[in-house]
Design a protein around this ligand. Structure first.
Ligand code: BGC
Length: 716
């Protein structure tokens, strides 16, 4: 008999339910620690998994209790939210998405896994794969932005990165793809609110990254807190048991979100804890995180006949199998045994700087304001985010302490040793007090450049951080307007560094600034990365992975909308538009400037027609007619003009990057398989329909900037 089966045969009900329980170890960052002291429960086998415990000594101490002092010696599975780094932080996920580079996406996850595993951990609750099209929702910051293909590429890269080549290795973490599914569609962008979307949108958009995570071998999946069309995901048999396990073939562990099983009662689908526990188990949830519903509810559910011991055994089997795959039975102390070398940490810091540099999106650069001229001697650095280390971390800072993250002030001092930097916060991030503005203004006179660091606090995005006004908080607009007013008419450029976990609705700011960098939250190397771009040591290359609205009333806003029967026409009132704001976003998906100037030409296809088994190579020439080397991202979209189901005006099918020196030419090739042109037909099954499809290639999702060619799909 296998180890797993022989253990199951020997386990008491309490021990089985312990394996299905995950409890926080007093270090919760997201909610109340309702577990108290878990020591006795670990020894008795009543708790078999922990979260929010870090540090090799702490982890090994708890692990020793389980392995040496519990009856069956089953090791604990210990997880943590390693979202964008562990102690050294990379940019927040939305920012990292802006790199549009799957290699970087993978490498940062690999590095985060090494660091977290060296801290004793074996699982991360990442990647977060919720497609998000409504920036009011604060959790947009944690995910891959608005596009399902990008989400799928992130899923693959992150699962590979976290899990490494072999889960058994001491530096591998089990990845947990979350939050399945459509959490990004909470009503009105309000966190935890109900989700009500069509089956088509669910499958065409929100399922796509999760299917990719499963195909890439993700060890675990976490259902979202929310309901979907009336059925809470934690109890959603159709989507967990039937779809995830049945259709997608997922064999790993399903782990509930924090207290989500007990919340089935508040959702109004369970009368008590045993009923909630039974619904979750029957749907396929193996591990109960923080609700204690399995421990205290399943015994009664068994007595009531709502679940069987076979249901419980099946979940235990999956959990033990994961522990086995992680090598925990062979060596429960492997993770956390060997501290990382100073050189590894140095290299990781360097990587964090590179990725942060690549994630920042230059939204405006009037008259080549950036990079700063080398003659710059006096700089005013104003704003509440110019020298605050802890804010640079962004949401989900893992085990990173507040200090030690490079601020813009520190980065600029390092990058401009000969320059005088006059620094004042001016105002706090979110306060009505504007008494510090005058000091900020004093600094702004007789300088060569003004750098304004504005935006949200790190905790204004992420969980439970929905916003209805998407502007600058507190008195920051007042500060910015005062600075613009003072600089107006002078030759002093005003450069805005905008920190946020979502696109901010700040058209007035973009209008008045000479240059704007959307920095998101860049992580531990924030200030160095920003200084690299400001001084021209690096050229900006980030591209916004979300459509950037000009008014909060435009949201949800995304490029892959379907056509309207009454498309926008300025001279016809009865067409799709607003009375008070343009339809166009402030910046389209994929937008981002660089220090070069790219011209696209000569879009060509290797074939004029495609059968279902064929592929086409799409090529486009690029010329950098600017004066500096720069990187361009090339997006490939399609539009199926006539199909049985109305197709989006643009669908992203691929992207690639090219770096060209000044005056240099290059060619970008992207391959497209005909099977990628299938879509979900009227009955939601994939179909391949003959007809003409537009292939559109260019620098962003603004149709006016795309080159177009057509291809014919033919029946074989
Ligand atoms: C969040 C999850 C997270 C979990 C554990 C929950 O509140 O929704 O994303 O993984 O807490 O910290």
């Amino acid at each position: 008999m296998s180890r797993v089966e022989s253990l199951i045969a020997r386990m008491t009900l309490t021990e089985k339910l312990g394996q299905l329980t995950m409890t926080a170890c007093g270090m919760a960052v997201t909610g109340p620690t309702i577990a108290g002291d878990s020591t006795a429960a670990v020894k008795s086998g009543a708790i078999g998994n922990l979260l929010n415990l870090v540090g090799p000594n702490n982890v090994h101490a708890m692990q020793r209790l389980a392995v040496k002092e519990s009856r069956l010696g089953i090791p604990l599975l210990i997880g943590y939210d390693v979202i964008h780094g562990h102690r050294i932080l990379f940019p927040i996920p939305l920012a990292e998405t802006a790199c549009f580079d799957p290699t970087l996406w993978e490498v940062s996850a690999r590095e985060a896994a090494k660091e977290a595993a060296a801290d004793g951990l074996a699982m991360t609750f990442a990647p977060m794969l919720d497609v998000a099209r409504d920036p009011r929702w604060g959790r947009s910051a944690e995910g891959p932005g608005e596009d399902p293909l990008v989400g799928a590429r992130i899923a693959e890269a992150k699962v590979r990165g976290f899990q490494g080549a072999d889960l058994r290795q001491a530096d591998a973490l089990a990845a947990c793809a979350k939050h399945y599914c459509a959490y990004g569609c909470v009503t009105a962008g309000r966190d935890y609110a109900p989700v009500d979307i069509s089956e088509r949108t669910l499958h065409e958009v929100h399922m796509v990254p999760f299917a990719a995570a499963v195909a890439a071998g993700a060890a675990a999946i976490m259902p979202s807190f929310t309901d979907l069309n009336g059925i809470p995901m934690t109890a959603n048999q159709a989507l967990l048991h039937d779809w995830l396990r049945g259709r997608l073939g997922f064999e790993g562990v399903i782990i509930s979100d924090y207290n989500a099983i007990a919340e089935l009662i508040r959702h109004g689908i369970a009368g008590d804890l045993p009923e909630a526990a039974a619904l979750a188990l029957k749907a396929g949830v193996d591990i109960d995180m923080m609700a204690d519903a399995y421990r205290y509810g399943l015994p009664a559910a068994l007595e009531r006949g709502a679940v069987t011991i076979a249901d419980i055994d099946q979940a235990v089997r999956r959990v033990l199998t994961l522990k086995e795959r992680l090598g925990l039975f062979e060596d429960p102390f492997a993770r956390g045994r060997t501290p990382e070398s100073a050189a590894a940490l140095r290299d990781r810091r360097h990587l964090a700087r590179v990725i942060a540099t690549r994630s920042i999106v230059m939204l405006k650069n009037q008259d080549d304001t950036l990079p700063l001229k080398s003659t710059v001697r006096r700089v005013a650095l104003v704003g509440p985010l110019s020298d605050d280390s802890s804010e640079m971390r962004g949401v989900w800072w893992g085990a990173a302490p507040p200090e030690g993250h490079v601020t813009v002030l520190a980065g600029l001092r390092e990058a401009l040793p000969g320059a005088q930097i006059l620094h004042a916060p001016g105002v706090a991030i979110d306060s009505a007090d504007f008494s510090g503005i005058s000091q900020g203004l004093d600094h702004c006179s007789a300088v060569d450049a003004i750098i304004l660091c504005l935006g949200e606090a790190a905790i204004m995005s992420g969980e439970a951080s929905s916003r209805s006004y998407l502007g600058l908080p507190g008195s920051q607009r007042r500060l910015a307007e005062a600075v613009f007013e003072q600089a107006r008419g002078s030759a002093t450029p005003v450069i805005v560094i905008l920190f946020s976990g979502r696109p901010l609705v700040v058209p007035w700011l973009v209008e008045q600034a000479d240059a704007v960098l959307a920095a998101w939250f860049p992580g531990s190397e924030a200030g160095n990365a920003i200084a690299d771009l400001i001084t021209g040591r690096a050229s900006p290359s980030g591209r916004t992975p979300v459509t950037w609205p000009r008014a909060a009333g435009q949201v949800p806003i995304f490029f892959s909308e379907r056509p309207s029967g009454r498309p926008f026409n300025a001279t016809d009132r009865f067409t799709s538009k607003y009375l008070d704001v343009a339809n166009e976003p402030l910046f389209p998906f994929g937008f981002g400037l660089n220090f070069g100037r790219f011209e696209f030409s000569n879009l060509r296809l290797s074939a004029a027609s495609l059968g279902i088994d064929d592929a086409v190579t799409v090529q486009v020439d690029l010329l950098n007619s600017g004066a500096r080397e720069a990187q361009e991202t090339v997006f490939l979209f399609t539009h199926d003009k006539v199909a049985s189901v109305s197709r989006p005006k643009l669908e992203l099918k691929g992207f690639a990057q090219i770096t060209l020196g000044p005056g240099n030419k290059g060619t970008v090739s992207l391959s497209l398989r005909a099977s990628e042109l299938r879509f979900l037909g009227m009955d939601l099954a994939a179909v391949f329909e003959p007809g003409e499809v537009d292939i559109l290639v260019g620098p962003c999702a603004d149709r006016t900037q795309l080159l177009v060619a057509s291809i014919h799909l033919v029946a074989n």
